[in-house]
Design a protein around this ligand. Structure first.
Ligand code: DHB
Ligand code: FE
Length: 274
């Protein structure tokens, strides 16, 4: 499992080759260990837990949980960042397998046979596979509402992930699946607290996510907003993906850097404990 921030300005830095500049280097260098690990792990498909920011879903129609089941997903973001991204290939077979399990586990999800994906999906995938125009994996997007309140609870997001874990455990064939969480960590983009970052809370989350994610599920949405910032609730993606990893985990790599744009940028690489 990889978890990482998805600040749109990262796309601009990639597009303009700024990875070695003083501002960006501490963030991009945090991916070297991830690239080495991916080179060995060679996943075939990535299940991406991300939050749409108003591109595919808007306030008039906003599912709490939505699972993509399309042959491909196009990025049609705000227009800044990486130019001319090709379509991301889907894996409708795995999508429907996950959907079957989620519905069996009584999650009332939306299923999307057409779905546009925004920077929260595209940028982390380009951070993982920076070379070439296309990524070498199929994708399954799982979008969690962090735009319009009420948001799903941390407890519910962990349970959603656990259901995805069950789905993956029963998936026939030998596809290697990577879990990817995008968003966070603490940040607030607007209002009186714009620029708010909470390093101690981020550290607590980064520790808890390894083997005690249940320590994070007691927080209400209001508490998460207070502690992590209005947009820091994107932590929910990390909690969901950790549920999907299941069991006990080993932390293979972590990077934490303040700030990238308005965000405490973090990258976490976990593997199932041997
Ligand atoms: C920023 C962070 C986000 O998570 C996002 O979706 C947009 C912008 C930022 O820090 O600039
Ligand atoms: Fe975001």
């Amino acid at each position: 499992m990889v978890a990482t921030s998805h600040v749109p300005a990262i796309g601009g830095a990639i597009a303009h080759g700024r990875q070695q500049e003083t501002y960006w280097k501490p963030f991009f260098d945090g991916f070297q260990a991830v690239h080495r690990w991916l080179g060995q792990a060679k996943p075939d498909v990535v299940v991406v837990f991300y939050n749409d920011h108003g591109l595919n879903f808007f306030l008039d129609n906003l599912p709490t949980f939505a699972v993509g089941a399309a042959p491909e997903y196009r990025n049609e973001d705000e227009g800044w960042g990486i130019p001319s991204l090709g379509a991301f290939p889907g894996d409708a077979h795995l999508s429907w397998h996950i959907i079957d399990q989620l519905v069996a586990d009584e999650f009332d999800i939306a299923t999307c046979q057409q779905m546009k994906v925004d920077h929260a999906f595209s940028i982390p995938l380009k951070l993982l596979w920076p070379d070439g125009p296309a990524i070498p994996v199929r994708t399954v997007p799982i979008a969690i509402n962090t735009v319009q309140h009420p948001l799903p609870s941390a407890k519910r997001c962990l349970a959603l992930g656990t259901s995805v874990h069950r789905a993956l455990a029963s998936y026939p064939g030998d596809s290697k699946v990577l879990l990817l969480a995008t968003g966070g960590l603490s940040h607030q983009l607007d209002g009186e607290r714009a620029g708010f970052i909470n390093r101690p809370f981020d550290q607590k989350c980064l520790d808890a996510l390894v083997n005690h994610p249940e320590e994070l599920i007691g927080y209400s949405t209001r508490q998460l907003v207070e502690l992590a910032g209005t947009q820091g609730v994107e932590l929910l993606m990390w909690i969901a993906a950790r549920g999907a990893l299941g069991g006990t985990a080993a932390r293979l790599h972590m990077n934490y850097h303040i700030p990238i744009s308005n965000t405490a940028a973090a990258t976490l690489l976990l593997a199932p404990a041997a």
